[in-house]
Design a protein around this ligand. Structure first.
Ligand SMILES: NC(=O)c1ccc[n+]([C@@H]2O[C@H](COP(=O)([O-])OP(=O)(O)OC[C@H]3O[C@@H](n4cnc5c(N)ncnc54)[C@H](OP(=O)(O)O)[C@@H]3O)[C@@H](O)[C@H]2O)c1
Length: 202
């Protein structure tokens, strides 16, 4: 499929590399098109351009910019993202590992509202190094079944396993869980220790 990636940083590289290898047509969009072109060259993507160029390209589009700029980026795309499958991997996490969404709608819901796209929250809960090397199960939150099916395919294409995690109204839980996990990891604790499998679940 055609995949547009908005952003040319770590997440763009981590996921874009897998998707190029899986045979997808990937284009990288950046606010500095020379940086986008450099990433496209490095991972073997078919091309690069401005954010606006790439917003209108994908059967699926990955939004891989900081949450603080995400709403401006999708608004700047005008109608180009309307109705498209938009994967939101942003983490609205600020000082103290608290959410910058301040108890209001989730980042994913705000991005959906600002873009008119069919947003699926995914790939936000692990670091880019994990996506590069050992992709785990990937919780997906979204309201559009066709969009979810597209993203399930893209999860399997990176070697992960999709987990259906409910509608977009649950994306805020995933964002908060991730903020909590990041806080634990970065304070030297291992959050995997708090999630034993209940005997009745196996
Ligand atoms: N890295 C991780 O481990 C990880 C894991 C899960 C989720 N995420 C989320 O994924 C998203 C991308 O993270 P990343 O690690 O890939 O970040 P990154 O390496 O810092 O790259 C950020 C990208 O966003 C662009 N950007 C920054 N400010 C912008 C603005 N005002 N307008 C337009 N573009 C802007 C940057 O452009 P320039 O290159 O021109 O500066 C760059 O292409 C974030 O929302 C982050 O929370 C990250």
């Amino acid at each position: 499929m055609r995949i547009g990636i908005l952003g040319n940083g770590n997440m763009a590289e981590a996921l874009g590399t897998h998707w190029v290898r899986a045979g997808h047509r990937v284009r990288i969009g950046g606010r500095a098109p020379d940086k986008a072109a450099e990433l496209a060259r490095r991972i073997g993507a078919e091309g690069a351009g401005t954010l606006a160029d790439v917003a209108g390209f994908g059967d699926a589009t990955l939004l891989a910019v900081p949450y603080g700029s995400a709403l401006d980026v999708v608004r700047a795309a005008g109608t180009a993202l309307e109705g498209r499958v938009l994967i939101d991997c942003t983490n609205p996490v600020g000082p103290g590992f608290l959410l910058t969404t301040d108890g209001g709608p989730s980042a994913a819901q705000r991005i959906a509202e600002a873009s008119g796209a069919r947003v699926v929250k995914a790939f936000n809960h692990c670091a880019d190094s994990v996506w590069r090397l050992a992709p785990p199960a990937v919780p997906l939150c979204g309201d559009d079944e066709e969009a979810l099916e597209t993203v399930r395919t893209l999860v399997r294409d990176i070697g992960g396993e999709p987990l259906d995690a409910g509608g977009l109204e649950r994306a805020g839980l995933l964002e908060a869980t991730t903020a909590f996990l990041i806080g634990l990891w970065l304070s030297g604790q291992d959050p995997r220790a708090m999630l034993p499998v209940p005997p009745t679940a196996v």
